[in-house]
Design a protein around this ligand. Structure first.
Ligand SMILES: Nc1ncnc2c1ncn2[C@@H]1O[C@H](COP(=O)(O)OP(=O)(O)O)[C@@H](O)[C@H]1O
Ligand SMILES: [Mg+2]
Length: 535
């Protein structure tokens, strides 16, 4: 027969209401649990600490009085300090490990007695299925004096109520991720993964974060969102202090960042706290950190590590505990190699480095972002903006083509939508506005191209020639051009390029093959050597 077995701790306070008759007038959790008519406890596994043995005897006697059917099995557990989490957890864990649970019984773990620590441990052990049981929570009745048996409820951690709590956590996580993405659903797997990681780091870590990527990829926007997320999750209480380090050149840089005393230099009529101090308990966002001077970098490193620094002119240190996000569109590793950036500072700020992809690397996200921009423009101007079907198709086709390099990324997209929406009659964008915009964008991007490597093509081909080329040809030709440039002769370049197939030829004809390939694009050896070297 299925038996109901309760596992509970003897409560040294609530179960202990004295020896006299009046003890029956108050709610006692352990005894009350055995007094419910609709809950028959077949067995009570009662855990107790040695020093409460007299109380244990009394409680056992009283349980017998109210529920003669209940078998009571007492287990002494040794806990010296009931407020020591590790000790309590270990004692309860040991009990659970040696206890012979029987499949056919229903086990209930009583969580209303013992210290808070014991209750938390019982919950954790049950949740982790060390106790294959449900929880039973008891409480005093509404009218304490007449209802001494109190109330009880059984909590099944496997059931949906618990799932609902769990799904609330999941929902909060999703909200955080969606918040970082500004509510724009993206389909790009890499970008989604990036944002999921950033969400975790933003919520769990106080270490510096480095955001890299091309201009307009959304570094500054993301830094602000990270701040807001940290603030919403109460990981931060202070302000967001933002500065673009490119504006901090020269003498004022130190004073702006670290503050200065009155009279520290000519014109310092007042003391100023500086940005680091203002960011105390908050978040400092140093955009374009690669632009910071070497002296400022040294001070910054110390401020990060020791949370102290000297304001200009001060002989007393200032203190600030700030979190840090740095933004950079430069390759800081390279800047270190060139001696423009301190290795030790880079090592300190790049524990978490996230590289934002450019818009051209997120082509599947252009469509949702187009809709987002259209809606944003509409809200800002109080109008309704839309695109007709043909216009939308034309724009998107262009937007994901290799011609669209989106050099300034989101800034270009925002600009394009703003222009088209402003110029279209009644906010309805047609193919006319789209074609104009495409022309404008192509003009704007002339001379720039996908990567540095492809940049070479803009110097050896005319723009209209370039736009006729397949992406395939572009990348191949760009690499061929790079090799031609690095070689001293056509035959040397040929040897490098046809390194495998040349071995199978009876007669060496590398130069000839290369010459013919180049001729297809109207190029020859001189095309590469009249222009300078490309980086
Ligand atoms: N994910 C995004 N979706 C839409 N617009 C964006 C997104 N990220 C940034 N933007 C917009 O693009 C512009 C440039 O973003 P910003 O964060 O300043 O780029 P960065 O700091 O990388 O140069 C801003 O106007 C910003 O509002
Ligand atoms: Mg920026």
């Amino acid at each position: 027969m299925k038996k109901t077995v309760v596992i509970g701790l003897l409560g040294s306070t609530l179960d202990n209401t004295g020896k006299g008759k009046r003890r029956w007038e108050r709610w006692r959790p352990t005894i009350g649990l055995c007094q419910h008519e609709d809950l028959l406890v077949h067995r009570f596994e009662l855990l107790y600490q040695k020093q409460f043995t007299p109380l244990l005897k009394r409680v056992c006697k009283d349980i017998k009085a109210v529920s003669p059917e209940t078998e009571i099995v007492c287990h002494e557990i040794s806990i010296d300090n009931p407020w020591d989490f590790e000790e309590v957890f270990a004692a309860l864990h040991d009990f659970a490990m040696q206890y012979p649970f029987e499949q056919e019984n229903e086990y209930l773990v009583h969580i209303s007695t013992g210290t808070h620590v014991a209750q938390i441990c019982l919950f954790l052990l049950t949740e982790a299925r060390y106790f294959p049981a449900n929880l039973i929570q008891t409480g005093p009745g509404r009218d304490r004096s007449s209802d001494v048996s109190g109330t009880y409820s059984i909590i099944d951690l496997d059931l949906s109520r618990y799932d609902r709590i769990a799904s609330r956590f999941q929902q909060e996580l999703q909200d955080g991720i969606s918040f970082l993405k500004s509510g724009i659903e993206t389909k790009n797997i890499a970008f989604n993964r990036l944002i999921e990681q950033i969400e975790k780091v933003a919520v769990r870590s106080v270490e510096p974060i480095l955001l890299t990527g091309p201009t307009g990829a959304g570094k500054s926007l993301l830094a602000k969102k990270i701040y807001e997320l940290k603030k919403a999750k109460r990981k931060i209480t202070g302000e967001l202090v933002e500065v673009n380090c490119a504006t901090l050149r020269g003498e004022n840089a130190m004073a702006t960042l670290f503050g200065h005393t009155r009279g520290a230099f000519t014109g310092a009529t007042h003391e100023r706290p500086g940005l680091l101090r203002t960011a105390d308990k908050g978040l400092l966002f140093l955009d374009e950190v690669g632009e910071l001077g070497l002296d400022e970098q040294a001070m910054l490193l110390r401020a990060i590590e020791e949370k102290r620094f000297f304001p200009v002119g001060a002989d007393q240190e200032s203190f600030s505990e700030f979190q840090l996000i740095c933004g950079s569109n430069r390759d800081l590793q390279k800047e270190c190699a060139r001696g423009n950036f301190r290795d030790d500072l880079l090592a300190r700020i790049n524990l978490w480095t996230f590289t934002m992809p450019g818009l051209a690397q997120r082509s599947e996200d252009i469509e949702p972002n187009l809709d987002y921009e259209l809606a944003k423009f509409g809200t800002k101007t109080g109008t309704r903006v839309s695109m007709n079907k043909e216009a939308r198709h034309r724009f998107l086709k262009f937007a994901i083509s290799p011609d669209a390099i989106w050099a300034a990324n989101f800034r270009d997209l925002t600009g394009a939508v703003t222009r088209m929406a402003t110029l279209s009659p009644q906010g309805r964008i047609s193919s006319l506005e789209v074609d104009e915009e495409i022309k404008g964008l192509l003009q704007k991007w002339q001379g720039k191209s996908h990567g540095k490597q492809e940049g070479i093509l803009t110097k050896i081909l005319k723009p209209d020639q370039l736009h006729q080329l397949d992406f395939f040809d572009r990348i191949q030709l760009a690499e061929v051009a790079r090799i031609c440039q690095a070689s001293n002769s056509l035959s040397e370049a040929g040897r490098t390029l046809f390194n495998i197939s040349r071995k199978k030829k009876k007669r060496v004809n590398d130069s000839d093959r290369l010459r013919k390939y180049l001729a297809r694009f109207g190029l020859d050896w001189r095309s590469f050597h009249k222009v300078g070297k490309f980086g």
